[in-house]
Design a protein around this ligand. Structure first.
Ligand code: PEP
Ligand code: MN
Length: 343
């Protein structure tokens, strides 16, 4: 990672550095931050001669050589000094709340609009709504692109930015063109490296877009989880939020094995924000408030909560997992109080 003395390299300086790394079979990937730009060396950056030649340039401050499988997402990376603001919240400074339906029902858009309003009134900062759905049963509702319009209408009515899951490359541009702020990568695709790369490529220059990266379904290592984020960040946009959502096999009675407790461990390894999803973790609305508070107690920067104005009329996970508006509001209120106590 090359750190210039000034906030960024001039085009001439970048060209000079590029010529040097190219000689050693490497490439330069600028990572544009709000305040400064840093330059990742893509390839084998261990060659002493290459390092010395770059460090010898008058406009270079230093090269950070982090020996880590995820050198951009690593806690020790210069990116740790940056900040991420979404929906008016700078992560880490205020508890960030995403809430909304698991699945948008294209036949009943009014439920979504009412849910969106309830989500806003409950104090959430981002509205979620599933357009395309990964379903275990191939004969159940798989989502509908028409729901993208409903999602964006919910956003317009509330002024909230939106999060939705993209499952295939074709979904990425559709979501971006519609104005989606947060591309969710679900647990089933969390290790789909070609999808992660495609997202990284598509949002490289879109610093207004973030990725909510779920932890994969299996009980994978923390390094595997953070490395998945690195696949996206390596294209230039490091706005990746890590989302533990429980792992399989489930804990008897819960849908998954709750894993909010990995939050402090993730934070030792990466600077990335952690937004926990207790809804998929425990899988039943009655258990969600306690799991949400546990996540905040463990140091989460935010929560992703499924909610519906009338869960029994919902589809997808909503009948079993969605919080009603009153429970959503009280959960958010108590989570914010706990956040303040934690400070
Ligand atoms: C969801 O957010 O509705 C979802 C399908 O989540 P996960 O990928 O965590 O199962
Ligand atoms: Mn769901």
């Amino acid at each position: 990672m090359i750190l210039p003395k000034a906030s960024r390299l001039t085009p001439e300086q970048l060209a000079e550095v590029t010529v040097i790394v190219t000689e050693f079979g490497c490439q330069i990937q600028p990572i544009v931050g709000a305040v400064r730009t840093i330059y990742a060396i893509v390839g084998d950056e261990r060659d002493e001669l290459m390092i010395n030649r770059i460090e010898g340039l008058s406009y270079i401050d230093r090269i950070d050589r982090i020996q880590s499988p995820f050198k951009l997402m690593d806690r020790r990376s210069d990116l740790a000094n940056g900040s991420l603001t979404v929906g008016g919240v700078t992560l880490g400074r205020e508890l960030f709340i995403i809430a909304g339906q698991c699945t948008i029902d294209p036949k009943n858009p009014n439920y979504f609009y009412e849910t969106a309003q309830a989500v806003k009134e409950a104090g959430a900062h981002m509205l979620r709504g599933g357009v395309w759905k990964p379903r275990t049963n191939p004969y159940t509702f798989q989502g509908d692109v028409k729901s993208l319009d409903i999602l964006m209408e919910g956003s317009r009515r509330t002024g909230l930015p939106v999060d939705t899951e993209v499952m295939e490359e074709a979904h990425i541009q559709l979501a971006l063109d519609a104005g989606v702020t947060s591309l969710q990568v679900g647990a089933r695709n969390a290790l789909n490296y070609s999808l992660l790369r495609a997202i990284g490529r598509a949002i490289a220059d879109r610093r207004d877009v973030v990725v909510l990266l779920k932890r994969s379904m299996h009980m994978g290592t923390l390094n595997e989880f953070i490395s998945a984020a690195e696949y996206i960040a390596a294209f230039g946009n490091p706005n990746v939020i890590l989302c533990p959502r429980g792992t399989a096999p489930g804990l008897d009675g819960y849908r998954n094995h709750p894993d909010e407790s990995i939050t402090p461990l993730l934070k030792e390894k990466t600077w990335a924000a952690v937004v926990v999803d207790p809804s998929h973790s425990v899988g039943k609305a009655i258990y969600v408030p306690a799991a949400a508070l546990a996540a905040v107690a463990y140091g989460a920067d935010g929560l992703c909560l499924e909610a519906h104005v009338s869960p029994s009329h919902g589809i997808g996970d909503d009948p079993k997992q969605a919080l009603t508006p009153d429970v959503l509001a009280s959960t958010i209120k108590r989570a914010k109080q706990l956040w303040v106590l934690r400070m």
